[in-house]
Design a protein around this ligand. Structure first.
Ligand SMILES: [Zn+2]
Length: 471
C-alpha cells in the first residue's frame, strides 16, 4: 500500500500547546514535534491519555525548537516505548538538556505537593514522567546544522531552517519520496524580524503542504514596546513595591534584560536591583556564548560584567530556594524576573502568592498567556488567583507587554509565507487559539490566494503535490 503520505494533527490544532504532527509514509512514521499540552486542565489531562499511535512504531522525532509545548512529551514517548532518533539543532539539544529535566522536576514537585497538601483528587498523585525518563530521552538526541539535509526514516529527509524564535529554533522542511519528493514544511514557532538579539526567520523555498503557526495570527505588535516597558518600570518605581515579571527562562528573560539595560543606559529608568530568580535562565544565558551564530550580539557584549549585553547594571542571580524565599523580606522598588512565563509553576508563584495582595506591587506579563493559565487570569483582571491550594487576592497592578513577544505578529507570519516561491497545494493553520487561527486563515486567503484552513484536531490529511491538487 504505497498511497500518498498522510499527516495527522495530534496537538496544537485549535490550541497553542501539545504540538505534535504525525507523518506516515510507506509504513514509516515520523513525529514533527513532541509537545506537552499546557494550560487548561482539560488540555493537560490529554497528556495522560493513550496516544493515537504506538510510540514504539515511531521511527524518529524531529523537533522544531526546545519549548516544552514542542518537546515536553518526549520523555513520556520514551517511557511508553519509543526508541528512535530525536533530531534537532545543536542549540535545541543544549536547551532541552536544561528544559526537560526542569519539566520532570516541576511535575515531580507538583505531584509531591498535591500529596502533601491533599488537594488532589488522585491518590496518590504521580508525575507524568521523571528524571530517569528524561535521561533516556536525551540519549536519543542527534544534532544537525541548519540548512543541511539529513535522513529521518525510509525515504524521508529533513532540513532545518532558522525560525528566529529562540536559540536553535527551526522550521522543519520535510522531503518525502525520491526522486521527486513531496515537501511538508512546518513553520515551527516564527520569531520576529529585525529583533535586536535573534536573527531573522529564514525563507523556505518551496512546499506542497505548509503548517503555519498562528499564535498572534489576529494581532499586530505595537511598534515601540520599549517605551511601554519604560512607563511600566517607572510606574512600579513610583508605587514603591516590586515589579514581578513572570518570564520564560529561554529567550524572554534575556530579552527583558537587554531592554532593561538599554533603558538604564539611556537614563530612562533608574538602575534598579534586578533579581534573576531562575537558575535555569542563568544557564540559558550562558548558552548564548556557545551559539554565537544564532544571534546578533557580539561575544564581547556577552562577557561584559557591567552589563552592556544581556545583563543589567545591578543584576543579582538567585540560585537556591532559600535565597529566593529570603526575598520575601525585601522592600521595593526592585525587579524580579522568574519562571514560569505563564505563572503555571516555578518560583514566580511564591513571589506572586506573597506580593499580589499588596497594592504597591506591579506585575508585568511580557509574553503570550495561554487560556487556563494564571497568567491569563491576571491579564484578564482576576480579583483572586489560586496558588498552591489557596485563593490569593490580587491588589497589584497588572500590565501586559505585547511587543516583546518571541512570536511574529500577523504581518510577520505573512512575510515568512511570502518567502515561498510558489503556492502550496494546501496550507494548514496550526498552533493558535481558534480566533487567531481563523484570522490568519482569512489573511492568507486574501493576501496570497492559497488553499488555506485551520487544522482540525485529530484529523488525518493526505499530502499531495501542488499540481495534483484540484483547482
Ligand atoms: Zn516556542
Amino acid at each position: 500500500m504505497a498511497g500518498p503520505p498522510t499527516l495527522q494533527f495530534l496537538g496544537a490544532a485549535g490550541t497553542v500547546t501539545g504540538s505534535k504532527y504525525l507523518v506516515r509514509h510507506r509504513g514509516q512514521q515520523v513525529l514533527l514535534d513532541c509537545g506537552l499540552f499546557q494550560g487548561l486542565k482539560e488540555l493537560r489531562l490529554r497528556n495522560w491519555l493513550k496516544p493515537d499511535f504506538a510510540p514504539r512504531e515511531i521511527a524518529s522525532v524531529v523537533l522544531s525548537h526546545a519549548h516544552i509545548d514542542h518537546t515536553g512529551y518526549l520523555p513520556l514517548l520514551v517511557k511508553r516505548g519509543f526508541r528512535g532518533a530525536v533530531h534537532c539543532t545543536a542549540a535545541t539539544a543544549d536547551l532541552i538538556e536544561i528544559l526537560l529535566p526542569d519539566s520532570a522536576k516541576l511535575q515531580e514537585e507538583d505531584a509531591a505537593r498535591a500529596n502533601r497538601e491533599g488537594y488532589t483528587k488522585h491518590q496518590p498523585a504521580v508525575p507524568l514522567y521523571d528524571l530517569a525518563d528524561v535521561k533516556a530521552a536525551l540519549k536519543l538526541v542527534e544534532r544537525h546544522p541548519f540548512g543541511k539535509e539529513f535522513p529521518v526514516a525510509g525515504d524521508m529527509r529533513a532540513t532545518f531552517r532558522r525560525a528566529g524564535h529562540i536559540l536553535g529554533a527551526a522550521s522543519i522542511d520535510l522531503a518525502i519520496g525520491k526522486p521527486d519528493p513531496v515537501r511538508v514544511v512546518f513553520s515551527g514557532d516564527l520569531g520576529r524580524y529585525n529583533d535586536p538579539i535573534l536573527r531573522d526567520p529564514e525563507p523556505v523555498p518551496e512546499a506542497d503542504v505548509i503548517l503555519v503557526e498562528s499564535t498572534y495570527g489576529d494581532r499586530l505588535h505595537p511598534p515601540d514596546p520599549v517605551t511601554e516597558l519604560e512607563r511600566v518600570i517607572n510606574e512600579a518605581v513610583h508605587r514603591g513595591g516590586p515589579l514581578i515579571v513572570p518570564a520564560f527562562a529561554v529567550g524572554r528573560t534575556q530579552e527583558m534584560l537587554w531592554f532593561i539595560r538599554q533603558l538604564e543606559s539611556a537614563g530612562r529608568i533608574p538602575e534598579l536591583p534586578v533579581y534573576i530568580d531562575s537558575p535555569m535562565a542563568t544557564e540559558v544565558t550562558e548558552l548564548y556564548r556557545h551559539h554565537t551564530g544564532e544571534h546578533n550580539l557580539p561575544l564581547s557584549r556577552l562577557t561584559d560584567d557591567r552589563g552592556s549585553g544581556i545583563r543589567t547594571a545591578r543584576e543579582v542571580m538567585i540560585h537556591t530556594v532559600d535565597e529566593s524565599k529570603a526575598m520575601n523580606g525585601l522592600d521595593g522598588p526592585f525587579i524580579v524576573i522568574a519562571g514560569s512565563g505563564m505563572a503555571t509553576g516555578g518560583r514566580v508563584l511564591h513571589h506572586l502568592a506573597r506580593r499580589l495582595p499588596d497594592p504597591r506591587t506591579t506585575v508585568l506579563l511580557p509574553g503570550f498567556q495561554a487560556e487556563g493559565t494564571r497568567g491569563r487570569q491576571l491579564e484578564e483582571g482576576a480579583r483572586t488567583v489560586h496558588i498552591h491550594g489557596r485563593d490569593v487576592p490580587v491588589r497589584a497592578q497588572v500590565y501586559r507587554l505585547e511587543g516583546l513577544s518571541a512570536h511574529g505578529d500577523r504581518n510577520e507570519i505573512l512575510r515568512w509565507l511570502h518567502g515561498f516561491q510558489r503556492p502550496p497545494a494546501q496550507c494548514y493553520v496550526v498552533h493558535g487559539e481558534p480566533r487567531a487561527a481563523e484570522a490568519l486563515t482569512k489573511a492568507v486567503a486574501e493576501e496570497l490566494d492559497w488553499n488555506v484552513r485551520p487544522a482540525v484536531d485529530h484529523e488525518v490529511v493526505t499530502v499531495l503535490k501542488n499540481e495534483e491538487w484540484p483547482t
